[in-house]
Design a protein around this ligand. Structure first.
Ligand code: C2E
Ligand code: CA
Ligand code: CA
Ligand code: CA
Length: 278
């Protein structure tokens, strides 16, 4: 038993070593990526209901890795968050998104731009200064900017969250609760958070209208949000049946593969210009 224990330990530490060295490599590569502009923003359209008009986009980061091709955020954002590099990556993303929104505006398309903020960014003391600086530098119309923060991050230290959100809101930006339903919200705080939108996590949308539990959760979430004067965005809408259900329940907005995958800036510009937006 003793020797087996020892072997287990050796395997365990070898694995840990492997993990930490990949993390180190990834961190170094991300620093290079920032300098060499390997990150790119994709945009996924958001439509209002019931008219299905294009009203905004969510910016979603991609990494053109020189060896591994295009990487999705799940393969690097967690490490960026752990190492703190997310702060610089997030600043880059915010600036890039604001520039793009202003470019579309100059082409006559006034679209709201939603940008994801990680927990680490949200808790940065300098966040408000950073956002102010980027808005000024890019000439961004702050009423077109929306920051998405996950429910879990918001609820972590809810009292501090309230002040932080209020500071951001005073700059004229909109705030949305992302991945709603996956964390543990307190109703009392939901009421006190100065947010304007709530995004229902796509895990609840996936099996509607077939799954009775998810139907109940989605219906109740929409009703609760509306009674708190919040708008609802349903994410991950992939089927006409889901859309039909969301129309009936009064979801304010939808986003998902049924309408469009996230696309690069050029594609999004084409969609905007050709009016291919519903
Ligand atoms: P999220 O904010 O919940 O973004 C929605 C994710 O769902 C995106 O994945 C999007 O491509 C995907 N999606 C959209 N419609 C559908 C659909 O109909 N079906 C399915 N199955 N998926 C759909 P993506 O782009 O891989 O991003 C994953 C996560 O990475 C995001 O989740 C967000 O938490 C994070 N992320 C992305 N960009 C940034 C960023 O610039 N900063 C930070 N901090 N996080 C980011
Ligand atoms: Ca999001
Ligand atoms: Ca989400
Ligand atoms: Ca279920």
């Amino acid at each position: 038993a003793k020797s087996r224990g020892k072997n287990n330990f050796q395997m365990f530490s070898a694995e840990m070593h492997h993990k930490s060295s990949t993390r180190l490599v990834l961190e170094t590569e991300m620093r290079v990526a920032l300098e060499e502009r390997q990150f790119e923003l994709y945009y996924q359209p958001q439509y209002s209901l019931p008219d299905q008009t294009l009203v905004g986009v969510e910016a979603l980061i991609r990494w053109h890795h020189p060896q591994r091709g295009m990487l999705h955020p799940s393969s690097f954002i967690p490490v960026a968050e752990e190492t703190g590099l997310i702060v610089r990556i997030g600043e880059w993303a915010l600036e890039e998104a604001c520039k793009q929104a202003m470019e579309w505006k100059s082409l006559g398309a006034t679209l709201r731009m939603s940008v994801n903020l990680s927990g680490r960014q949200f808790r940065q003391e300098s966040l408000v200064n950073t956002v102010t600086k980027i808005i000024e530098q890019t000439g961004m119309d702050s009423s077109l900017l929306e920051l998405e923060i996950t429910e879990t991050v918001l609820m972590e230290d809810a009292e501090t969250t309230i002040t932080r959100l209020a500071d951001l809101k005073s700059m004229g930006v909109h705030l949305a609760i992302d991945d709603f339903g996956t964390g543990y919200s307190s109703m009392a705080y939901l009421k006190r958070f100065p947010v304007s939108r709530l995004k229902i996590d796509r895990s609840f949308i996936r099996d509607i209208p077939r799954d009775a539990d998810d139907v109940a959760i989605t219906t109740a979430t929409i009703q609760m949000a509306h009674s708190l004067k919040l708008e609802v965005v349903a994410e991950g809408v992939e089927t006409k049946a889901q859309l039909q259900f969301l129309l009936e329940q009064g979801s304010d907005m939808v986003q998902g593969y049924l309408f469009s995958h996230p696309v690069d800036a050029q594609h999004m510009t084409d969609m905007v210009l050709t009016g291919k937006c519903k």
